[in-house]
Design a protein around this ligand. Structure first.
Ligand code: VG1
Ligand code: CO
Length: 582
């Protein structure tokens, strides 16, 4: 197989965002677009490490995944890579790629390309994305993504093996090719191995959780369970883990066939987009109060790194979810039996986790938005568990957030609280519910009421105006209505491990009662700007059940109005209402 040197020119706008490069499919289809980015990534890696290395290439199965896998495989061969592991059908969830990089054959892989635009819709007119993960299984740090971007602005040629390097990625197995080196002319071996997309990941989960206890819970006649794969990559994992391994009925897996367009849906597990699950769990607008609903429901996003957790007619906010997992981890999850080293959350995520950390006497780190910031803390042994308000939860078992891991964490808590052991299957008292577990948590730690407003596809100039309006108020305003502002700033983070600084990570207004209002622009969109407004208000346990159990939207209304006033959101964007409220 020969290698072609293809002349190319820099293409604007190839700067990776919060989680890789995400653009419309049509943009990725333009000439050399993918190739430029992939070559720029190879050029940003040390040549001696890349040469003969093993890489993982897979994605969430969205439109353009298969041809992109083929292109990257040919470019890997041309750039001296020795072996590529591809998940069957080009499919692998983001956390599974992380697990494969870290663990398969003792951590043989040097890195990997993940093809996903995560929770963004897919299809010929929708989004595609690519990101590079490093040897620790985590997203490339900013230092590397900046280098990749620099390379995209200077690129003049890329290398690709000729078309005869072809593999049927729907079939498991190994194919080896002899590829001629572009400079030396010598032939070297290049292997593509199509691997089972679930196996390595499942092996890891078995070490983390007590599958017997989980299975006993799922087999309880009074415990109905529903999982919504949203037609993303979570489907094959859910079927294998919940049905084959743990014995849940097949009917508990909804939308678990991956589709290139996610069935026309928006594969984002929240109350707006996961409507199938929301209806099933009795939380839909038209759900009847009398209908029988499952005790537990969960959904994952397109690449299966996000999760939503629901009880019967009950929504668990992601910020509460990570706090509750932290509070119960030691008792309920074998992997955490010796306790948590520390925890971390992204800045806009509510401080519910901080309260658990305080009670347990462990450190809680606050990092900018995006999973890449947790990697150093985990690699350095400072943090075992972390979460984001954006339906992301995970631990140091991999270096990505992990949707199915979070579902199993909740099932473990339920199993623990319900004394689920194989031996007393069918002999348990009434089920302790998700709602009870959450309310107990609030009674002990207090409740961080929380909401996020997203204004999607706002004209960039208008979005910038909102941000500059807010910036001008930093340090200038001390009170809005009866809310006293203690501090306002632009969040800047210094990584405690390597000292790197990430500035301009969101504008914060911190109030004297512990409430917070935060604004930032999204870094994952593919067109226009998305403004995110985060609102949090703390209610202490001694406020009593009535205040603690209040409706979140009602309880937060005054503070939401403060946030809208501060940002002049309506006036400046012309939007009466946000696109999505979570
Ligand atoms: C969003 C979320 C962030 C998350 C990121 C990637 O980023 O806010 O918390 O880490 O998506 O998630 P932004 O910049 O749009 O706010 V995923 O599941 O899309 O990889
Ligand atoms: Co995702």
């Amino acid at each position: 197989i020969s290698v072609k040197v293809v002349p190319t020119k820099p293409i604007d706008g190839q700067k990776p965002g919060t989680s890789g490069l995400r653009k419309k499919v049509t943009v990725f289809q333009s000439e050399h677009y993918l190739e430029n980015f992939v070559q720029s990534t190879f050029d940003a890696l040390p040549a001696e490490s890349l040469s003969g290395s093993t890489l993982v290439v897979s994605g969430d199965g969205r439109y353009l995944t298969k041809p992109s896998v083929a292109t990257i495989v040919r470019m890997a061969a041309a750039n001296g890579v020795g072996k590529v592991w591809v998940g069957r059908g080009g499919l692998m969830s983001t956390p599974a790629v992380s697990a494969v990089i870290r663990n398969r054959h003792g951590g043989e892989a040097y890195g990997g390309f993940i093809l996903t635009a995560s929770h963004n819709p897919g299809g010929p007119k929708e989004d595609f994305g690519i990101k590079y993960n490093c040897e620790n299984g985590g997203p490339a740090p900013e230092k590397l993504t900046n280098q990749i971007y620099q390379n995209t602005t200077k690129i003049s040629e890329y290398y690709i093996a000729d078309e005869s390097l072809k593999v049927d990625i729907d079939k498991l197995g190994r194919s080896t090719f002899l590829v001629q080196h572009k400079d030396s002319g010598k032939f070297g071996e290049f292997t593509v191995e199509v691997i089972d997309e679930v196996e390595d990941y499942l092996k890891l989960l078995r070490k983390i959780y007590d599958f017997n206890a989980l299975s006993a819970l799922l087999r309880r006649p009074d415990f109905k369970f529903a999982f919504d794969g949203m037609h993303g990559v979570a489907g094959p994992y859910a079927k294998r883990i919940f049905v084959q391994e743990l014995g849940a009925p097949e009917s508990s897996c909804l939308n678990c066939d991956p589709k290139e367009d996610f069935g026309g849906g928006h594969p984002d597990p929240n109350l707006t987009y996961a409507h199938h699950l929301v209806d099933t769990m009795g939380l839909g607008e038209h759900s009847s109060a009398a209908a029988e609903v499952p005790a537990f429901g969960a959904a994952c996003d397109g690449d299966a790194d996000r999760n939503m957790i629901l009880g019967a007619r009950f929504f668990v906010t992601p910020s509460d979810s990570v706090a509750i997992i932290a509070a119960n981890a030691k008792e309920a999850v074998p992997y955490f039996h010796s306790g948590l080293k520390g925890v971390a959350r992204s800045m806009p995520t509510s401080a519910a986790l901080d309260r658990v950390a305080e009670a347990k006497g462990i450190k809680c780190y606050e990092v900018p938005t995006g999973w890449k910031f947790f990697g150093n803390l985990m690699d350095d042994g400072r943090c075992s568990l972390c979460g984001e308000e954006s339906f992301g939860t995970g631990s140091d078992h991999v270096r990505e957030k992990d949707g199915l891991w979070a579902v199993l964490a909740w099932l473990s808590i339920l199993a623990y609280r319900n004394g689920a052991k194989k031996e007393n299957l069918g002999d348990n008292g009434p089920l302790v519910t998700v709602e009870e577990i959450v309310k107990e948590h609030w009674a002990k730690y207090g409740r961080n009421f929380y909401t996020r407003y997203d204004y999607e596809n706002v004209d960039s100039a208008k979005a910038d105006k909102v941000i500059s309006t807010l910036k001008a108020k930093i340090g200038e305003i001390t009170q809005v209505r009866n809310f006293v502002i203690d501090k306002s700033d632009e969040f800047s983070y210094t990584d405690p491990v390597d000292g790197s600084v990430s500035a301009n990570q969101g504008i914060r207004f911190l109030f004297s009662d512990g409430s917070r209002v935060i604004f930032r622009l999204s870094g994952t969109g593919s067109s226009g700007a998305t403004i995110r407004m985060y609102v949090e208000q703390y209610v202490a346990p001694d406020a009593g059940p009535e205040k603690l159990h209040a409706d979140a939207a009602k309880a937060l209304e005054p503070l939401v109005n403060v946030a809208l006033t501060l940002s002049k959101m309506r006036e400046l964007t012309g939007r009466e209402k946000p696109t999505v409220i979570t």
